[in-house]
Ligand binder design. Structure first.
Ligand SMILES: C[S@@+](CC[C@H](N)C(=O)[O-])C[C@H]1O[C@@H](n2cnc3c(N)ncnc32)[C@H](O)[C@@H]1O
Length: 353
């Protein structure tokens, strides 16, 4: 059992999912050291879709911990770390950089002065394009990022009054979303395989669905409730129906067989393991105590607002966001009164041939 020593534990959905992936990440790091007869002098790690929140350096701290533990077990020298933080150009990398002095201080306090240097770099750009030189990275990691598609799939005009795949979506909508996912995930695998050393590993944690049915609740209900809130606003004359019909989230929650199929067809990686787990919308508040419902509605609405607000505001206008997420909060409360709010995630562990 690894004890995660360097940083506090982020209390959010992604932080919880990220932590659930750590045993798989630890295994991958162990295998890299094993396969390369020890860590390379400079261990190159890249995090795709790193964002700028507490999880960014939480991940880095834990990777460093894992490597230290392996080195002390093997009585070997700790490598230097080169950590490449990737996200889109508009990501607030400066916030991450501003927290680096405190991070380095903490690292030295915990590990001592000769703890191995850690060099952190920003790599702005889309992970659907090349980011690194050929065969340069030992370990790719990504949590809750590569389910974002490179674009809104084309041909969703008839997904009326929905903003994602939903129970009322016509069948072409599911096919179109799946096709875009297959295309994007294939490209992601191909590009990373070019950038990775042979025997390198990649750990991806993504939201998924527990069953093949793309209308399953653990995949879609969180967005169906948001679409419902928009429809309320159409009835009140605050949103035009055509605005909903022209908005679809560029996101896909694949079933595990869909992930397996793409990995196999693309062919650059072997699938080492694939583990699914349910994840509560509020990982720290999982009981069904009805008196907590208002708080749980607020927490869930906050979480989803943080994820989707910029995209929604861009399409529907900033001025309706407060009211929209107030309505959303109410729909979440109604939903949680009778059902559990649970998503499903996958941790995918890949090794390059
Ligand atoms: C929900 S955040 C996850 C952040 C962090 N990895 C975590 O686990 O908390 C998803 C991040 O992926 C980034 N992202 C989405 N599409 C991307 C792309 N094509 N290339 C690079 N980053 C992308 C977003 O900008 C966002 O910062």
């Amino acid at each position: 059992m690894i004890v995660f020593k360097l940083t506090f534990f982020p209390k959010n959905l992604q932080g919880t999912g990220l932590q659930r992936s750590f045993p798989v990440l630890n295994e991958a790091i162990n295998k890299i050291a094993n396969d390369l007869n020890g860590f390379p002098r400079s261990f190159k790690i890249a995090d795709l879709g790193c964002s700028s929140g507490p999880n960014t350096l939480f991940l880095v701290a834990n990777i460093i911990d894992m490597v230290h533990d392996i080195c002390s077990e093997n009585n070997s020298q700790v490598p230097q770390f080169q950590v490449f933080l990737n996200d889109l150009f508009e990501n607030d990398f400066n916030t991450v950089f501003r927290s680096l002095p405190a991070f380095y201080t903490k690292m030295r306090e915990k590990k001592g002065d000769d703890c191995g240097s850690c060099f952190v770099y920003a790599v702005p750009g889309s992970f659907y394009g090349r980011l690194f030189p050929n065969e340069s990275i030992h370990l790719f990691h990504s949590s809750y990022a590569v389910h974002w598609l490179s674009r809104v799939p084309q041909g969703l005009e008839n997904n009326k009054l929905n903003i994602y795949m939903a129970k009322t979506s016509p069948t072409n909508v599911f096919k179109t979303y799946r096709k875009q996912f297959e295309k994007d995930f294939t490209k992601l695998l191909l590009l990373r395989s070019q950038e990775m050393i042979s025997g390198g590993r990649m750990i991806l944690t993504i939201p998924s669905r527990s069953v093949a049915d793309p209308t399953s609740e653990d995949c879609c209900i969180i967005w169906e409730l948001l679409a419902k809130s928009l429809v309320d606003m159409v009835k009140e004359g605050l949103v035009q129906e055509s605005k909903i019909n022209s908005f679809n989230i560029p996101y896909y929650t694949p079933y595990e067989d869909e992930v397996r199929d793409v990995i196999q067809q693309e062919g650059s990686f072997s699938l080492h393991s694939l583990n699914g787990f349910p994840l509560h919308w509020e990982p720290y508040n999982t009981d069904t105590n009805v008196s907590d419902l208002p708080v749980r509605g607020i927490n869930t609405a906050k979480l989803i607002r943080a994820v989707i607000e910029p995209m929604m505001a861009n399409h529907f206008g900033k001025s309706i966001m407060d009211l929209l997420f107030k309505k959303y909060q109410e729909h979440v409360v109604d939903h949680l009164a009778t059902k559990k709010g649970v998503n499903y995630s996958l941790v995918i562990s890949l090794v390059k041939h």
